[in-house]
Design a protein around this ligand. Structure first.
Ligand code: PEP
Ligand code: MG
Length: 577
């Protein structure tokens, strides 16, 4: 049967491939009643899966890499102990016997009971151990569902696969960087969620907010992902497939043509230079930034180094990651944003933290979290400072709302410098410190921030989230995400204008900077520094090369002053004509 699902386009391009269903084992476990006669066999199946998970843990322990975090061994031991405990080794057997529950279901029921008990514990450290119970159980579930027996696809096979998931955390997405999948589609998620941002950085077609893809698509079905329109076509008929194949070839050829612009200086048609920087998530993204001709890294989201692990990266490990980027960029500026953990970038990698906080986007995220954990923050600041000796490193502070956050951070930077002096380690004594303007309060009270900072960068993703009160990760309100809302445009335009007048360098590093539809508008509003995913950079450069500032300024001001949404779109179309 062929059918079509509509979602939100995240990453443009078209891909054709086969569905590869990805799930968190917990979410999608089978639930059925077994026949009386099968009880003993089911218990035996459960016992075998428990033994197999134990063997897997033992083998992992034997093969721990020399550079693995020290905590890993203890963590593997803990999981073995959890699986040995009668609460998991025995209780599910009883449920299989008394309720005739299938093994997976019995195990999940017992796990949920244990998790509830953990949630009642007052000590926060012990309470968080429930995540270990969940992880240990997931390992057994994977054995039961046979997931681990699937052969790992080769790189060539991966390109033909399209990942279909209910949801993926930013941590999951970062793991996909090691793979070469053809595309991604998910049921939930907003277009500026970090999951979507990482998908975009992979430069492959992706769609979020499809609602029922995970339920309705079967493994191996042929899919077309139209990342331009946000459309997923399942089992297309031959005519549709032929049409999409030809569109795909056209898009590929256009991408190829853009490569010719790599060395062309970035400037408008009337000669104003425009700086183009790259946003990266991991040190290994730096070569891609260079390949796209970026003038530097405008945003390194360092929190991605902290995801998918249970310990914190130490000073040396962080230093090495930052040094690697600073060195790879060969003297070009590298803006290292300090840890922006929290909200959808939960640090324990499985979203648990976010689930326990009533309103995570407004909670202890980013700079707030860092200032609440000064030792952890100092460790990162020392690592960044040490890396500054190896390139042109700048420090960027996320989510500023209060001046005292800057003052406290500057004091910590002084302290970190002093600690490095005591250790005799070199660093750039003049390292610049900038701030993100991504909370309306900061945009509205800009002068007090400007006075204390060397540069500014507008984070439009959060600025839109907080101005319009829409959770950027929630597809239920994704239709209300609107960069053209007059309130958003006013905040962005005023910030660019005030910073420029005040002589403070200003960039945009949110997703608006990489949106072709908005390039001329931002140029017209005075923006001269854009930071975006490397995969977008050459297309944006091409647009800049074909823009005459003298022609777009007046029109951009009209968009800004206009309050009628239909008219705004009409004016934007004119601007982009
Ligand atoms: C932003 O908010 O626009 C931004 C660049 O930061 P992040 O997307 O990582 O929150
Ligand atoms: Mg942000």
């Amino acid at each position: 049967m062929n059918f079509v699902l509509h979602g939100h386009a995240v990453s443009s391009g078209i891909t054709v491939g086969y569905a590869h269903l990805v799930s968190t084992a917990r979410l999608e476990v089978a639930h059925y009643e077994i026949a009386e006669a099968d009880i003993e066999a089911e218990i035996e199946r459960f016992d075998r899966a428990m033994r197999s998970a134990q063997d897997e843990l033992a083998s992992l322990k034997q093969h721990i890499a020399a550079d693995a975090p020290a905590e890993l061994e203890a963590f593997l031991d803990l999981h073995r102990m959890i699986l040995d405990d009668s609460a998991l080794a025995q209780a599910p057997r009883e449920l299989i016997r008394s309720r005739r529950a299938n093994a997976e279901w019995a195990l999940v029921q017992q796990m949920e009971r244990l998790v509830e008990r953990f949630e009642e514990i007052e000590d926060p450290y012990l309470r968080e151990r429930k995540a270990d119970v969940q992880h240990a159980v997931e390992r057994v579930l994977k054995v039961l569902t046979g997931a681990q027996t699937l052969a790992e696809p080769t790189a060539a096979e991966e390109q033909k696969l399209i990942v279909v998931a209910h949801d993926l955390s930013p941590g999951d997405m970062i793991l996909f960087k090691r793979h070469r999948y053809g595309g991604f589609v998910t049921d939930v998620g907003g277009v500026t969620s970090h999951t979507a941002i990482v998908a975009r950085s992979l430069g492959i077609p992706a769609i979020v907010g499809l609602h029922h893809a995970r339920q309705t698509v079967a493994e191996g079905e042929l899919l077309i992902v139209d990342g331009v329109q946000g459309v997923l076509i399942v089992n297309p008929d031959p005519l549709v497939l032929a049409e999409y194949r030809s569109r795909q070839a056209e898009l590929k050829a256009a991408r190829q043509r853009l490569k010719r612009l790599k060395k062309t200086p970035s400037a408008t048609a009337d000669g104003t230079p425009i700086e183009l920087y790259a946003n990266i998530e991991l040190p290994q993204d730096a070569p891609e930034a260079l390949e796209a001709g970026a003038q530097g890294v405008g945003l390194f989201r360092t929190e991605f180094l902290f995801l998918n692990r249970r310990d914190l990266p130490g000073e040396d490990e962080q230093f090495e990651a930052y040094r690697q980027v600073a060195a790879a960029m060969k003297g070009r500026p590298v803006v290292l944003r300090t840890l922006d953990a929290g909200a959808d970038k939960a640090m324990n990698g499985d979203g648990e933290t976010a689930q326990n906080i009533p309103n995570p986007a407004m909670g202890l995220r980013a700079i707030r979290f860092c200032l609440a954990e000064p030792q952890m923050f100092l460790t990162q600041l020392r690592a960044i400072l040490r890396a500054s000796h190896y390139g042109r490193v700048r420090i960027l502070l996320p989510m500023l709302a209060h001046v005292h956050e800057i003052e406290q951070t500057l004091a910590l930077i002084r302290q970190a410098k002093q600690q490095l002096d005591e250790r005799g380690l070199p660093y750039d004594r003049e390292v610049q410190v900038g701030g993100m303007i991504e909370i309306p309060a900061a945009a509205l009270a800009l002068p007090i921030f400007m006075r204390r900072l060397d540069f500014l960068s507008i984070g439009t993703n959060d600025l839109i989230q907080y101005t319009l009160a829409i959770d950027r990760t929630d597809d239920a309100v994704a239709h209300l995400y609107d960069p053209l809302h007059p309130a958003v445009l006013t905040l962005v335009a005023n910030t660019i204008q005030s910073a420029t007048r005040g002589g403070v360098p200003i960039a945009v590093c949110g997703e608006m900077a990489g949106d072709l539809q908005l390039t001329r508008l931002l140029l017209g509003l005075g923006l001269r520094n854009f930071s975006m995913h490397p995969s977008q950079l050459l297309a944006i450069k091409e647009r800049i090369l074909h823009t005459t500032l003298g022609e777009v300024q007046a029109l951009a001001q009209r968009v800004l002053r206009n309050t009628d949404p239909a008219k705004t779109r009409e004016l934007l179309a004119k601007l982009n004509a």
